[in-house]
Design a protein around this ligand. Structure first.
Ligand SMILES: Cc1cc2nc3c(=O)[nH]c(=O)nc-3n(C[C@H](O)[C@H](O)[C@H](O)COP(=O)(O)OP(=O)(O)OC[C@H]3O[C@@H](n4cnc5c(N)ncnc54)[C@H](O)[C@@H]3O)c2cc1C
Length: 362
């Protein structure tokens, strides 16, 4: 059996794991990453502009594209084709050197951060009171690998397979199944968000174009396999336009919103593995980067309350968001009118709508 010792060992192959490794390496912390192969990334990663995320992106030295577009919210039942203000989107393209995962991975190699290619089964092999001491993983070659580390981080996304004897607590607020298609050609000048509870229960359809491609991402709490099977006729009915682009790629995955934390004091979940997705849209990239950044500071300063405070605050914000879920998903006609008044810059006298706007759309 191969044996390795590092101050910090991270399990995960996505943005949370890779960015944490880079932040720690910058502070000369001895860190290693256990990654699964192949690396996975989504075609397009929008970054919602939550507080602090721009600084984190700058510090990582990655370069998202800035794209400002008008957004159109469509409601099947209430109002169709309602326009709202311009939104500024930061995003990374997939299958290019500038995709987020490729950029982070090449930085990892450049910084000579050790990484081990493992399968997704691993187990805690020894503990000391409230601390995990050793963890055993399996290398792709089939050999066993024993890690010793002071801090262990699980960053394998919301569907990560967890060891049996891992003592943790979790709660799910919402679960999002995302199924998407990228087609050839620029089809829209604006970004479209369609809410229709019959077609996307608990979710929405998100569609937009770059200069040469268009993407459609169906998000719902139950998944919508019909979307991928019959997408041209499905979309034509929905938008009353025809769609002729060739499919370049399809993508899918699950995002879970809620909380998950371990009772072990030296073991931390970050990003999707910590269920850090907002409970209305399922956005999680900003939380993956922020949680990695804050955990890196907590490790460097040996002050883990920095991370637990951030985590508790975020989960409590998710709770606030949950109480507004129906306003965007299935609004009353009057609520929708007030919401669009706010979006077009007119003040409204409704505390609930104002708080909702501040939380999501301001
Ligand atoms: C279809 C879809 C579209 C999305 N679009 C957006 C978007 O536009 N904007 C946004 O903000 N969010 C989006 N999200 C959410 C976003 O993808 C996640 O929040 C983000 O990827 C979380 O990053 P992460 O590094 O924590 O986990 P992931 O990106 O899930 O990466 C975890 C990686 O670790 C690997 N892994 C699992 N187990 C192990 C193990 N034991 N050892 C090593 N590696 C392991 C996994 O295979 C995976 O590659 C989308 C989600 C889906 C499903």
């Amino acid at each position: 059996m191969q044996r390795e010792k590092h101050d910090v060992v991270i399990f995960g192959s996505g943005p949370a794991a890779l960015s944490l490794a880079l932040f720690l390496n910058k502070h000369k912390v001895d860190v290693a990453v256990a990654i699964t192969n192949p690396l996975k990334s989504f075609w397009k990663y929008d970054i919602t502009q939550s507080a602090g995320v721009s600084d984190v992106i700058n510090e990582l030295g990655v370069h998202p594209i800035l794209d400002t577009k008008k957004a159109v919210l469509q409601y099947k039942k209430n109002v169709a084709g309602t326009e709202y203000k311009e939104i500024s989107d930061l995003y990374f393209k997939r299958y290019s050197e500038d995709s987020l995962d490729s950029s982070l991975f090449s930085k990892l190699i450049k910084a000579s951060i050790p990484f081990y290619v493992v399968d997704d089964s691993f187990e805690i092999s020894s503990v000391d009171g409230k601390n995990v001491k050793e963890i055993t993983a399996r290398l792709k070659s089939g050999d066993k690998l024993l890690f010793k580390s002071d801090v262990l981080v699980l960053a394998g996304g919301s569907e990560m397979r967890l060891p049996k004897n891992l003592r943790y607590t979790e709660k799910v607020f919402s679960r999002f199944y995302g199924e998407g298609i990228v087609t050839q050609g620029h089809l829209f000048d604006e970004t479209r968000i369609v809410f229709d509870n019959n077609l996307f229960p608990g979710g929405y359809l998100y569609a937009g174009s770059t200069s040469d491609e268009t993407f459609f991402c169906a998000v719902s709490s139950v998944g919508n396999p019909e979307f991928l099977k019959q997408y041209p006729s499905f979309l034509s009915t929905l938008f009353q336009e025809s769609f002729e682009g060739d499919i370049k790629t399809i993508f899918s995955g699950v995002g879970v919103s809620g909380y998950r934390f371990s009772e072990y004091s030296n073991l931390f979940f970050i990003g999707g593995a910590a269920f850090l997705h907002d409970p209305i849209f399922g956005y999680g990239l900003n939380y993956a980067l922020l949680s990695a950044h804050i955990l890196s500071r907590a490790i460097v300063l040996d002050n883990f309350s920095l991370f637990t405070n951030f985590y508790e605050k975020t989960v409590s914000q998710f709770n606030d968001m949950l109480s507004f879920k129906s306003i965007l998903r299935d609004p009353e006609e009057a609520e929708l009118k007030k919401l669009f008044s706010l979006l077009s810059g007119e003040p409204v006298e409704d505390d609930k709508i104002n708080s909702f706007y501040d939380l999501f759309l301001s």
